[in-house]
Design a protein around this ligand. Structure first.
Ligand code: MTE
Length: 312
């Protein structure tokens, strides 16, 4: 499927990841403008791309091969390497997203129509899985808030629920009994969904997303554990009541609604105090986990009245 970013994919879509990573370094140091690369527009966010506590000079992009070959996509497999193979059987064209519930403009929106509306932004985000591995990803996407504003949530909307595609014929795990109930769903509070850091991503490293990483469109919420960042979205529902998401339903004591990255709140079976960077060597020391994955300055206010231990 041809995913268009403005007119075409930018020039760097065909740049090898190593060259691309080297070129990116100048962007890490605060360029906040709109770039024209080739025929595509790539607008840079006007807020810090990294956690404030992070020294950008020390932050390295995780190589694409690690991001693409170590994935969690349980509809296919519980094995992180196998899901990359199985996911290739998913057809992406045509793709539409149903938007329903408490919105003034519900409907089935074609993906291409959605992608045409919003300028592509590159966001370099840290990504932290609840399993205590982490990576740094140059995503391509646009703020979820832009799409939500388009469909006009009504005053009743308080939560946003997301649903992943379910195609049992190509998703072996969904044909077996499993702790997860399909389709995979996730949700955010409306203010979390409208936060400028919350992204709908359709690419990474200047290319369309790989199927195993959630093509054609996935959520990225960089201050939350990775299971909130739902892949291959087909439905977005604006709700009055807080819904129960897949992981909270399967194991409520292990996976809460908020899932904010927090070094002080351990998972019942392991500590969250440190993390392993994907692709790092065996002897590389683990990194200290940061509250809200390093984005406390940007998102801390959302939780100022919340007991983070009880609302994990
Ligand atoms: N979305 C769907 N539909 N199915 C999944 O199994 N796994 C989640 C999240 N989104 C998952 C999903 C988990 S547990 C993580 S850590 C991230 O995707 C992993 O994203 P990645 O595989 O692109 O690194």
């Amino acid at each position: 499927m041809l995913i268009k970013i403005q007119n075409e994919l930018p020039e760097h879509a065909i740049t090898p990841p190593e060259v691309y990573a080297a070129r990116r370094t100048f962007l890490k140091y605060g360029l906040t403008t709109t770039l024209t690369l080739g025929s595509g527009l790539l607008s840079q966010p006007a807020f810090p791309q990294l956690g404030q506590a992070e020294d950008p000079a020390k932050l390295e992009l995780t190589p694409l091969k690690h991001i693409q070959n170590y994935t969690n996509f349980y509809e296919y497999s519980y094995n992180k390497e196998d899901s990359s193979i199985w996911a290739q059987n998913l057809t992406l064209d045509p793709w539409s997203i149903e938007i329903n519930g408490a919105v003034a403009r519900p409907g089935h929106y074609h993906l291409e129509d959605i992608l045409h509306r919003f300028p592509a932004e590159e966001r370099i985000y840290r990504f932290r899985c609840v399993e205590a591995w982490a990576m740094v990803v140059p995503w391509l996407g646009f703020p979820l808030a832009d799409l939500l504003k388009l469909v006009e949530p009504t005053s009743k909307a308080r939560f946003v629920q997301f649903t992943s595609v379910l195609r049992p014929e190509v998703m072996p795990n969904t044909r077996r009994s499993s702790m997860l109930i399909w389709p995979y769903t996730e949700a955010l509070r409306l203010d979390e969904a409208l936060h400028p850091l919350t992204l709908l991503a359709f690419g990474m490293y200047g290319k369309p997303l790989a199927k195993q990483n959630g093509a054609p469109l996935r959520l990225v919420v960089p201050w939350k554990y990775g299971f909130k960042s739902i892949k291959a979205i087909v439905k977005i529902s604006l709700l009055e009541q807080q819904p129960i998401s897949s992981w909270s339903l399967a194991a409520p004591k292990d996976y809460g609604f908020y899932a904010n990255v927090n070094p002080s709140v351990p998972h019942p079976r392991w500590s969250q105090a440190t993390e392993r960077l994907l692709g790092s060597r065996f002897f590389t020391p683990r990194r200290r986990t940061e509250l809200f994955n390093g984005y406390a300055e940007q998102v801390g206010e959302l939780y100022s009245h919340l007991d983070l231990e009880r609302n994990f």
